[in-house]
Design a protein around this ligand. Structure first.
Ligand SMILES: Nc1ncnc2c1ncn2[C@@H]1O[C@H](COP(=O)(O)OP(=O)(O)O)[C@@H](O)[C@H]1O
Ligand SMILES: [Mg+2]
Length: 313
């Protein structure tokens, strides 16, 4: 029997979600009857004390060093295969600035953007814009700016997460925030596993904004499959998003599982918002939902992703 460690918890702000994801994955893998599953609530101290004879690691950590290449580097050093992308792709995806640079370099469409700093008096792009910290979060510190008088508050909110220039926070872009053209329209997400895209899911949030509240506390967000849409034009959009999701995954150098998020303007222009290299696996998370649409069970989805585990060679 193969021994599989499921890493969860960690110290990031997404600890609770990760514990939930990890428990689901561990239970699902164990139910298949072919693995010895060892759930591990990971702290930086116990990574070097992984049990003996682990054949592969399922990374169910979200945010922080579980998703930014830190854990991946430690597992590379021990030649233990793990789920999700390697060090380089994890680092790029966790950093929205690097992601945008890489996507632009590879001609994958993403919203127009610029940078702002504590003394930037007004938006460097025409309003409306979205102001966000350059590193991943759970929509914390992100706001839409529609009028000039909202600029200072949005900048301060993003800087509060990023850290002031010269502050001791562990953030690589201290004092810098990302300003993006606001893309009106619809929002979608696509799971890519081993370079293959799974059915596109639309995110229909009340008010058209999928922020912290909509993600974690609202029951009013709906997640229909685009393929189930009654609009015949949506079949074409599905094909376009499936292709762009794989393009983004490839551009960033991902392997294993990654979730690619999009906005689509009323004219049908698609823009990659971001890539999530360790997507959620709670009972209402979108990657398992999409995998189950292909005919797999929840446990089958976990098994498929586990089969894609590897390390940087
Ligand atoms: N450029 C944009 N145009 C329109 N909406 C946006 C834009 N950027 C972010 N949003 C909204 O904010 C949400 C969170 O932004 P995102 O960049 O995905 O950050 P996070 O890493 O916190 O999820 C998105 O799901 C989307 O609803
Ligand atoms: Mg997001």
């Amino acid at each position: 029997m193969k021994k599989i460690a499921v890493l969860m918890g960690g110290k990031s702000s997404e600890r609770e979600v990760s514990l939930n994801s990890g428990a689901n994955i561990a239970e699902a893998l164990a139910s298949l009857g072919k693995y010895e599953v060892v759930p591990i609530d990971l702290t930086e101290e116990n990574l070097n004390q992984l049990p003996e004879g682990v054949d592969a690691v399922y990374i169910a950590l979200h945010g922080g060093w579980g998703e930014n290449g830190g854990v991946q580097a430690a597992l590379n050093a021990r030649k233990i295969p793990y789920t999700g992308p390697g060090v380089k792709a994890s680092q790029i995806a966790m950093d929205k600035l690097k992601t945008k640079l890489v996507l632009e370099m590879k001609n994958v469409p993403t919203a127009k953007w610029d940078l702002a700093h504590p003394d930037t008096p007004k938006s460097p792009l025409p309003l409306p814009v979205v102001v966000k910290p350059p590193s991943d979060g759970s929509s914390v510190g992100i706001s839409k700016v529609s009028t000039d008088d909202q600029w200072a508050g949005a900048l301060a909110a993003a800087l509060a997460v990023t850290g002031e220039p010269g502050s001791a926070a562990g953030e690589t872009h201290r004092g810098t925030v990302l300003v993006e053209e606001f893309i009106p329209g619809r929002e979608f997400t696509v799971a890519v596993v081993d370079g293959q895209a799974w059915p596109v899911i639309e995110i229909v949030a009340k008010g058209g904004w999928y922020g912290y509240k909509e993600k974690y506390t609202s029951n009013e967000t709906r997640y229909p499959f685009l393929a189930d849409s009654a609009d015949p034009k949506d079949a074409e959009l599905e094909q376009k998003l499936l292709k762009l999701a794989v393009d983004a995954y490839t551009a960033v150098g991902c392997r294993g599982v990654t979730r690619v998020d999009f906005r689509v303007s009323p004219l049908g222009h698609c823009y990659v918002l971001e890539l999530n290299t360790s997507p959620g696996f709670t009972s209402h998370s979108l990657v398992p939902k999409s995998g189950m649409k292909t005919g797999l069970t929840f446990a089958g989805v976990c098994d498929r992703i586990l089969a894609s585990a590897d390390y940087d060679r």
